[in-house]
Structure formats: structure tokens, C-alpha cells
Design a protein around this ligand. Structure first.
Ligand SMILES: [Zn+2]
Length: 81
């Protein structure tokens, strides 16, 4: 029995995994991804999530939450203070 090859939906490289039930890398319903694209995407998603958090804290007039989120966001982007 041959294993069905699964290819990354971004770069078309084989993911080296064998399908959705075999630890394939998905984000919600997107995928499969190879490990490289997966890492890049999760980084982007983290940045986006913290940006959304930042916006929400700002909108809700939560100064502590805003500064907290801002610090996390700035750190994530790699700015040294
Ligand atoms: Zn890929």
C-alpha cells in the first residue's frame, strides 16, 4: 500500500505527513501546510491576534489592557526598548 502524498497548499512541497488524520498541519480549515509555511502562518496569526487585542483594549478604554497588549505586540515585532 502506498501512502498518499500530501502537498502544502501554499508552496506545493510535500508535507511529509499522510493526511488529515495523520498529524497534518491545518489552521482551522486551511491546509495542509508544510512545517515551514505552518510556522510562518502561526507567527502571522499570533501577530494579528495580538493586534486585534490591542485594538479592542484601546476601543474599550482599558488603559492597562492597552499598555499590556502594546508591550506584547512590540516585543513580538522584535523592537527592543
Ligand atoms: Zn509550504
Amino acid at each position: 500500500m502506498t501512502k498518499e502524498l500530501e502537498y502544502c497548499c501554499i508552496c506545493d512541497e510535500p508535507t511529509e505527513r499522510a493526511g488529515r488524520l495523520d498529524d497534518s498541519l491545518y489552521i482551522d480549515d486551511d491546509g495542509p501546510f508544510c512545517e515551514e509555511c505552518f510556522v510562518q502562518l502561526t507567527e502571522k496569526k499570533k501577530q494579528r491576534d495580538s493586534f486585534v487585542e490591542l485594538k479592542n483594549a484601546f476601543a474599550s478604554d482599558d488603559a492597562d489592557g492597552f499598555m499590556h497588549s502594546l508591550n506584547i505586540f512590540v516585543e513580538m515585532l522584535g523592537f527592543k526598548r
